[in-house]
Structures are given as structure tokens and as C-alpha cells.
Design a protein around this ligand. Structure first.
Ligand SMILES: C[S@@+](CC[C@H](N)C(=O)[O-])C[C@H]1O[C@@H](n2cnc3c(N)ncnc32)[C@H](O)[C@@H]1O
Length: 301
């Protein structure tokens, strides 16, 4: 518990970018494997992935009171992700109005009320940075786009075209609003609200692409199962890519390792691995194979 309180004291400061303060899920903090603490100034979000013991919860509620008088923390939200619908409770303040994740001068809408995912993935910060550095003048396909954070970064950094594909139309609408929020011209940006597996023809029509991002869920009932479906995406890539195109391939399943991801590209053929994108230092993993894995592959023809 002290680790949690200490991380909040150290990291929950006004004016800093959105970040993870405590990554118990990386299995480096014994006894805290079910907890993560994130800072979206001025909101502190504590997420629980397993039902804690009643005494633990009681202690958390009591100790978190130390921040009641701290003005830079306006809201403290406790999200119970192990319960259906991932309900949240306010430990400080009342969530009303608009909230944003801020990162490197860009803003992204957050929704603490509706879903389990709030609209922005902190662990993707390094991927966004790598994209930012290599996207000027490039055309981009953003598969599993969600709220289009990669698209916002890419267009802001000078991409000529971005095609976002996600079957969740509500998330794509937030994606459109994320571009507007940052005064980004959406004319070169497309938002395709489709199941990727039923839309290859349309996706190909918008191509070819110089950069492709693949960031699927590990498992989503009826929509995506990384173990059997990831290979279907990789096999489609050759028909979508321009010469020497680069693919940012992400895999977030604790049960599938780096070797799984590498095997998919080597089986498909025509790719050379260029780079491992590490997770931000605030996401330490006891076993890198169990955390987020991201590799860049370049088309060799
Ligand atoms: C992990 S999120 C993507 C996060 C996003 N890349 C980001 O950086 O914010 C996964 C997304 O995949 C979408 N999805 C899952 N299966 C899909 C499918 N078969 N076709 C299209 N979208 C799908 C979900 O709607 C969800 O928005």
C-alpha cells in the first residue's frame, strides 16, 4: 500500500504529461499484481483487476484521504475492472465535464464513465513517439484504431494520409473529435467503422501504405483472437504495402511471447525485423514476454 501512496506523492503533479505511476501488473511489486495507478492531471485513476480483500480496500480508502487537501489532485477514481461493466467510484471529487490525456503537447478525450477502457493507452507512448519520428510525408494504415491516438500523432507529424479502421464506431467518433481537439485538418484522414476481416477490399483501395500499425486486443469475443487471427492480418500485408514500408506490430497478450510475433512475420516472408520498441520505463515488466510487445518490421521487397 505504501508503494501506491508514495508513487502518487511523487508523480501526481500539475502540468506533467499523462503517465503510469504504479504498474503492479508488471509483477515487479509483490502483492500489487492486480493494481495500476495512472495520472491524467488533475485526475488520479486507480484500477483494480481482481477483487481485493475487504481490509485492503478499507485501508486504501482510508490512506488515500491524505490527498484530500492536495489541490492538484481534483479527482480520485477507483475502477473495479474485475466487475462486469468495470464500475467506478469517486474517492475524491465528482467526475463531471471534459477530461483529457495530455502527451507531448497533444490532447486526447477521456471517458471515465462509460467503459473499461477510458480512451487512451499510456503504454503506447513509445510507439507514438517512434511513429512521430518516422511518419513525415508517409501514408499510414492504423488497424484497430480505437480513438485514433496514432492517427492524431501521425497527422500532426506530417503524414500525408491516415486510414483508421475499427469496428467500434463510437471510438472512431471520439477519434475524429481527438483530431479536432488538436486543430488537425481531417481531410487526409479516413475513419472506417468496419470489421477489419470483412473490409480488406476497401482497405486495399485506400493504399498502398508506407506505415501500418497493428494494435489489436489480445482477445475480444467474436472479433479477434490473437492466437489464431493475428496471422490473417500479417498475410494480408503484402497486398497493402509500398516498397520498404514499415509495420509496427503490437501484441498485448500475456500468453503469447515475442517468438510468436516474430514467427508470424517470418512465416509470411518478405519482412526484416528493424527494431524492438520498449515499453515506457513506468511500465516495468518482470518478464518482458508477458507485457506489451512491439516490433517494427520492414518490407524487404
Ligand atoms: C487495443 S484497442 C486499440 C488501441 C489503439 N491502437 C490505441 O493506441 O489507442 C483494440 C481495438 O480493436 C478493435 N477491434 C477488435 N476486433 C476488431 C475487428 N475484427 N475489426 C475492427 N476492429 C476491431 C476494438 O474495437 C478496439 O477499439
Amino acid at each position: 500500500m505504501q508503494r501506491i501512496i508514495q508513487s502518487i506523492h511523487q508523480g501526481a503533479k500539475a502540468g506533467v504529461d499523462a503517465c503510469r505511476l504504479c504498474h503492479g501488473r508488471g509483477h515487479g511489486l509483490p502483492g500489487l499484481e492486480f493494481v495500476s495507478v495512472d495520472w491524467f492531471s488533475p485526475v488520479l485513476l486507480i484500477s483494480l483487476y481482481k477483487q481485493p480483500a475487504a481490509e485492503w480496500l478499507e485501508q486504501l480508502r482510508s490512506e488515500i484521504g491524505v490527498f484530500n487537501k492536495q489541490p492538484n489532485i481534483k479527482n480520485i477514481i477507483l475502477q473495479h475492472r474485475y466487475l462486469s461493466g468495470a464500475p467506478s467510484e469517486n474517492l475524491k471529487g465528482d467526475i463531471q465535464g471534459d477530461y483529457y490525456a495530455e502527451e507531448k503537447g497533444l490532447k486526447f478525450h477521456l471517458n471515465f464513465k462509460a467503459n473499461q477502457n477510458i480512451g487512451f493507452f499510456l503504454d503506447m507512448a513509445n510507439c507514438r513517439q517512434v511513429l512521430r519520428e518516422h511518419v513525415e510525408g508517409k501514408s499510414v494504415l492504423n488497424l484497430f484504431a480505437y480513438t485514433c491516438a496514432f492517427s492524431v500523432v501521425a497527422t500532426e507529424a506530417g503524414a500525408t494520409k491516415v486510414v483508421n479502421v475499427d469496428m467500434a464506431k463510437g471510438a472512431l467518433n471520439t477519434g475524429r473529435r481527438n483530431h479536432q481537439l488538436n486543430n488537425i485538418d481531417t481531410r487526409p484522414v479516413s475513419f472506417l467503422g468496419h470489421d477489419i476481416f470483412k473490409s480488406w477490399g476497401k482497405i486495399r483501395k485506400y493504399g498502398p501504405y508506407d506505415r501500418v500499425i497493428i494494435d489489436p486486443p489480445s482477445f475480444q469475443a467474436g472479433s479477434f483472437n490473437a492466437r489464431k487471427d493475428y496471422q490473417k492480418i500479417v498475410r494480408k500485408l503484402p497486398g497493402l504495402l509500398s516498397a520498404r514500408a514499415q509495420v509496427i506490430a503490437c501484441l498485448n497478450s500475456p500468453d503469447l511471447d515475442f517468438a510468436f510475433l516474430r514467427a508470424l512475420f517470418s512465416e509470411a516472408g518478405g519482412f526484416v525485423e528493424k527494431q524492438v520498441i520498449s515499453t515506457p520505463p513506468s511500465f516495468p515488466e518482470a518478464d518482458a514476454d508477458k507485457g506489451l510487445k512491439t516490433l517494427i518490421f520492414e518490407a524487404s521487397r
